[in-house]
Design a protein around this ligand. Structure first.
Ligand code: GTR
Length: 415
């Protein structure tokens, strides 16, 4: 049976991440100097121009430029069940399409009996059927590496995958508190492997004759973030969704993606980065855990080609992660870490939030309010929030509990 030997890609991608010389000792972290996030901006009025400069840096140097919303975008709402999950939810299956390009399959749950619910939107590492055990969700597709041929292959996910990520999505808890949840399998937008581009949305937007993106054009993270904006296009049309209260969420590489989606698309009213690490919330100049070169070597398809010039040269970046985080200002921003996830540099993630806070303060919002990292499981929540919990690199019930509290703090309780 060849299929049983197939390896599930995101798990496989998490292996072998440690270089032998990786620094995990605070005392060995070399000194560094951060660039000034405010630049010439001395007051709130000057921020939009500075924001534009920073956005431009990230477009050119890190994630690449993405196209605008396609004119031929269509939404097809199927699989509406007003009585899903034993009457606790409304379930919708929405297909987002643009001509002959790949189709994005969105799963949307809304709490029953609500006029317009605020929604958490996030991409998932596997098909929609993994989010909960609801048998009404069609089995999605997944990409796997065939150990015999070493080729990536696509197959329909097995029945046994239903509800596999229940812990990571905490749907019951989200619904109980009056929020909706929308997810799309990120492989629908572009499968996550070097060479996966040809199966995703990017080639649809190539100019005639173009086969590769230019050095400042979108890579996979840019494509995934673009997909989140297309999901938002749909949410804006759904009258059962409170589109002014949509939080964009993501874990790990998808946390990097959520930050980039929130940076570009201010329709996202809240941005949540769960253990996004290097290339996400963590300060790149800090030589601790993963580095820019690790990203560009192990995942050459994630960032635009220009980003490679910063391999081993983080000190040359005219920006650092606090610039990326500041692009969410003044909207509520949550940065979360896990103690067992040293590869993502929890302290570097915290410092990203600390230094981005200057922009929040400039705009009259409370930033993180301290440069002292809190202890385990002691969240700090202002307009910028941070926690480090015990446990490994993952999304847990604890994480979601904090995100719900954060949403309740900034938006009225949803129930
Ligand atoms: C790791 C990668 C991290 C993080 C993580 C994930 O292998 O080095 O940057 O993105 O994958 O997405 O799980």
């Amino acid at each position: 049976m060849r299929c049983t030997a197939l390896v599930f890609l995101p798990l496989a991608a998490g292996l072998a991440q440690q270089r032998p010389d990786v620094i995990y000792d605070e005392a060995r972290v070399p000194a560094y100097t951060l660039p000034d996030v405010l630049g010439q901006a001395r007051d709130a009025k000057a921020w939009p121009a500075r924001r534009q400069q920073i956005l431009e840096m990230y477009r050119t140097e890190v994630f690449g430029r993405s196209p605008a919303k396609p004119a031929n975008q269509k939404f097809n709402v199927e699989g509406v069940d007003k009585n899903a999950l034993g009457g606790r939810a409304v379930r919708k299956l929405v297909t987002i399409s643009f001509g002959s390009g790949p189709k994005l399959h969105m799963l949307l749950y809304l709490p029953a009996g609500k006029k317009a619910a605020p929604v958490f939107l996030g991409l998932s590492f596997s098909g929609n059927q993994t989010v909960c055990g609801d048998p009404g969700i069609p089995l999605g597709e997944e990409w796997l590496r065939d150990p015999a041929t070493k080729e990536m292959v696509k197959r329909t996910a097995p029945e046994t995958s239903r509800g596999r990520s229940t812990e990571q999505w905490q749907l019951d808890r989200i619904l109980e508190r009056g929020y909706g949840l929308a997810t799309i399998y990120y492989g629908d937008i572009e499968p996550d492997f070097d060479g996966g581009m040809k199966y995703g949305v990017r080639p649809v937007f190539f100019r005639p004759g173009q086969t590769e993106p230019a050095a400042d054009e979108w890579a996979a993270i840019g494509a995934w973030a673009w997909g989140l904006s297309r999901a938002m296009d749909y949410l804006e049309t759904d009258r059962e969704v409170d589109a002014r209260h949509v939080a964009v969420f993501g874990h790990s590489r998808l946390g990097k993606t959520a930050l980039w989606a929130g940076a570009q698309d201010t329709r996202f009213a809240m941005v949540i980065s769960n253990e996004s690490g290097e290339g996400g919330a963590a300060i790149s100049r800090r030589d601790f855990g993963e580095r820019t070169k690790d990203l560009n070597t192990r995942f050459p398809h994630w960032f635009c080609a220009n980003f490679r010039k910063y391999n081993d040269r983080e000190d040359q970046m005219p920006f650092d992660s606090h610039f990326l985080l500041a692009l969410s200002a003044p909207r509520p921003l949550y940065v979360a870490s896990a103690e067992g996830d040293q590869w993502s540099d929890p302290r570097g993630e915290f410092l990203g939030a600390v230094h981005a806070s200057r922009v929040y303060e400039l705009l009259g919002k409370p930033g993180i309010g301290t440069d002292q990292m809190p202890g385990l499981n002691q969240p700090i929540m202002h307009t910028v929030a941070y926690h480090i919990r015990d446990g490994k690199h993952d999304v847990t019930a604890y994480d979601w509990e904090q995100y719900l509290k954060f949403a309740e703090m900034h938006w009225r309780p949803a129930r």
